[in-house]
Design a protein. Structure first.
Length: 97
């Protein structure tokens, strides 16, 4: 803060506020943060269902967990096929029996 009437003062550089910058100009409540988290998680999971090739590993694992819980065998096999493509057996590369 600078006093306009005092020619000897200079503008002080104060450190910024701690933490993340507020979204939409104000801090989010816990409920808003939780809602955004659940929405993003749902979007990742739907991506794992619709296009498993472009989904992240974490999203595939979440989908695998929920598919196993729901007893959806087709979805479990689809996710496992994609994970098998991404992580081939290490035994072949290392000369296992």
């Amino acid at each position: 803060m600078r006093d306009e009437k005092d020619p000897g003062t200079i503008e002080m550089r104060l450190p910024g506020r701690r933490g993340r910058k507020p979204v939409k100009g104000h801090a989010m409540t816990s409920a808003e943060r939780s809602r955004r988290y659940r929405q993003r998680r749902g979007e990742r999971q739907s991506m794992a269902i619709e296009a498993p090739g472009s989904a992240s590993n974490a999203a595939l694992l979440e989908e695998l967990k929920s598919s196993m819980t729901a007893g959806d065998g087709d979805a479990v096999h689809r996710v496992l096929r994609e994970l098998g493509k991404r992580f081939p057996k290490a035994g072949k590369a290392h000369g296992a029996r």
